[in-house]
Design a protein around this ligand. Sequence first.
Ligand code: 5RP
Ligand code: MG
Length: 217
Amino acid sequence: MEPKLQVALDNTSLRDALEAIRKIGHVIDVIEVGTILHVAEGLEPVRCLRALYPEKIILADIKGADAGSLLAKQCYGAGATWMTVICCAEIPTMTGMLNVAKEFGEDQDVQIELYGDWTWEQAGKWKEAGLKQVVYHRSRDAQAAGKSWGKDDLDKIGKLCDMGFEVTVTGGLTIEDIKLFKDYPIYCFIAGRSIRDAACPESAAKAFKAEIKKYWS
Ligand code: 5RP
Ligand code: MG
C-alpha cells in the first residue's frame, strides 16, 4: 500500500496554521495539529480543521503521557481521528486512549511517538495491548544537533514493521530522504517544515506525493 502523506502544522498560531493548510489541504492525506500548535492554541485548531475538512484524517499530536482516557475524550471530542501518546507512558495510559478511540468510532486510533530510549520488550507489550501505530521519530533537537538517518534507524523500522506495526516516519524529512525507506512498508510519512516553509508549499506537497508513488506504487 502506498504510504500516506501527513503534514505537521507546527505553527505558533491558528491563523498561521490555517494559512498553511489552505495551500496544501487538497493534496495531503493526513492533517497534523502539531505539538507546538497545541501548546499555542489548545484543541481549537482541531475543531477548526474538522469543520473545514470533514473527511480528512486529523491527528492531534499532543504526545500525551498520563490521564489517557481524559485526554482522549477531549481530542476525539474536538474532532481528531488520531492522537499521539509518548512511548514512555504506561500501558494503562495507552489503553485508556485506545478504549475511548473505539467508543468514538472505527477510524479513531492512537499513535505511539518513539522518542529517546524504548525497548523491544515495551514494543511487544504495546502490541499485546492492541496498539497498532508507531511513529519512528528523529526529534527536532537531535536533527539540529546533526543526527542523520542511519542503518540503525532503518533496522529498527524494519523490525517494527516485521512485528506488525503500522510504522510512520518523521523528523525533518526532506524529499531526498524518502528513498532511504523504500524497502519497508511505511504507513505514513510526516513532513512539516519541508512543506510549510517551501517557496511553494503546494508544489512541495505534490513532489512528496510523487516521490512516494515512485517507490511504493
Ligand atoms: C516534532 C514533531 C513534528 O511535527 C514532526 O517532526 C514533523 O515536523 P518536521 O518535518 O518539521 O520535523 O512532532 O516533535
Ligand atoms: Mg508532530
